[in-house]
Design a protein around this ligand. Structure first.
Ligand code: PAF
Length: 281
C-alpha cells in the first residue's frame, strides 16, 4: 500500500494508472476510521483495481462553534486499518497545500443544501462540495463510494458531480451499525458507556417509525410525535435538531410516507450531535 502526501504525486500517479487502464475508486474520509469506513473501501474494491482512501480533516466544513481542533485523529491506526481492508493508496494531503493562503474559490450546490443539515449547519456543505471537487480533480476516480448515513451529503455530492460533468459513478453504501443498532460514527467515541446507551435513541426512534409504517400508520406528524417520545424516554437531555420526512432523491418534504420516503434526524446529546436515517418505504 502506498502512502502519498503530495498533490503533485497523487495527480501524476492517478494519470499514469488511468493510462494503464486501471479502474480507480475513491473513498474520501476525515480519518478516525471505523468499520463503516472500511465497508466503503471493501465496496470500492469490488469494482476497481485501485482504491484511494483520502484522510483529510477538512476545516472549511466545520461551522462556527464546531470544534475542529477536537475532531478525533489517529493517522497511524487509520493507515493500518486501510491496509487490512485491502486499500491500495492512502492520500493524506496537508491543510496548507489544499488551502494555500490565497485560496479563493468555492463549489456550491444551491437547492439540496437548504434543508436538514444545511439548515442547522449553514456553511457546512460548501466546505464539503469544495473539498470533494478538489479531491475528484486530484485523483480522477471512475467510482466514488459514500455512506448512506450521511445521506444528504451523498445526494448533494452526486448533484455536484452531475452538474459539473465529472464522469464518476456514485455508489451509496448501506449504513453499518453496531449490534444494538447504533450507527457507526467517529463521534461515538466521545460517549462513556451510559451516554452511549442513550445514543441509541436515534435508532430506536427510526425503528419505531418503521414499525408504524408497517402497521399502516403513514402520517408523518403522528410518526414524528412517537419518535420524539421514544427519544425523550431514552435520553431525557436529548435536544432534537430535526426529524424530517423527505423523498429519497429530491429531498422534497412529505406529509405522508410513500414509496421512497426516508426519515432523517439529528439529535444533540451529551455535547455530541448525531445523525441517522432510515428508508421507510
Ligand atoms: O463524510 C466525510 O467524512 C466528509 O464530509 C468528506 C466527504 C470526507 C469530505 O470532507
Amino acid at each position: 500500500m502506498q502512502i502519498i502526501r503530495s498533490i503533485k504525486k497523487i495527480q501524476s500517479l492517478t494519470r499514469q494508472l488511468a493510462s494503464d487502464g486501471k479502474r480507480i475508486g475513491l473513498v474520501p474520509t476525515m480519518g478516525f476510521l471505523h468499520d463503516g469506513h472500511l465497508s466503503l473501501i471493501k465496496r470500492a474494491l469490488k469494482d476497481c483495481d485501485i482504491v484511494i482512501t483520502t484522510i483529510f480533516v477538512n476545516p472549511t466544513q466545520f461551522s462556527q462553534g464546531e470544534d475542529l481542533s477536537k475532531y478525533p485523529r489517529d493517522e497511524k491506526g487509520d493507515i493500518q486499518k486501510i491496509k487490512s481492508a485491502g486499500g491500495t493508496i492512502v492520500f493524506i494531503p496537508k491543510v496548507s497545500d489544499i488551502y494555500p493562503d490565497d485560496f479563493d474559490s468555492s463549489v456550491e450546490v444551491l437547492s439540496l443544501t437548504q434543508t436538514l443539515e444545511g439548515e442547522s449547519r449553514p456553511t457546512h456543505f460548501d466546505g464539503v462540495t469544495t473539498i470533494v471537487a478538489k479531491l475528484f480533480n486530484m485523483t480522477r476516480p471512475d467510482i466514488v463510494v459514500f455512506g448512506l448515513k450521511d445521506y444528504q451529503q451523498a445526494m448533494v455530492l452526486k448533484k455536484m458531480s452531475t452538474d459539473l460533468n465529472y464522469p464518476i459513478k456514485f455508489i451509496i453504501a448501506p449504513t453499518v451499525r453496531e449490534k444494538d443498532g447504533l450507527a457507526m460514527s467517529s463521534r461515538n467515541k466521545y460517549f462513556n458507556e451510559a451516554e452511549r446507551q442513550e445514543a441509541l435513541c436515534l435508532s430506536y426512534a427510526l425503528k419505531t417509525a418503521k414499525q408504524m409504517v408497517k402497521a399502516d400508520i403513514k402520517d408523518c406528524k403522528l410518526i414524528q410525535k412517537e419518535m420524539k417520545a421514544v427519544i425523550k424516554a431514552t435520553c431525557k437531555t436529548a435536544k432534537i435538531d430535526y426529524i424530517a420526512f423527505t423523498d429519497f432523491n429530491s429531498l422534497a418534504p412529505t406529509k405522508v410516507v410513500v414509496k421512497n420516503t426516508i426519515c432523517s434526524l439529528a439529535v444533540r446529546l451529551h455535547n455530541v450531535r448525531l445523525i441517522d436515517n432510515l428508508k421507510l418505504m
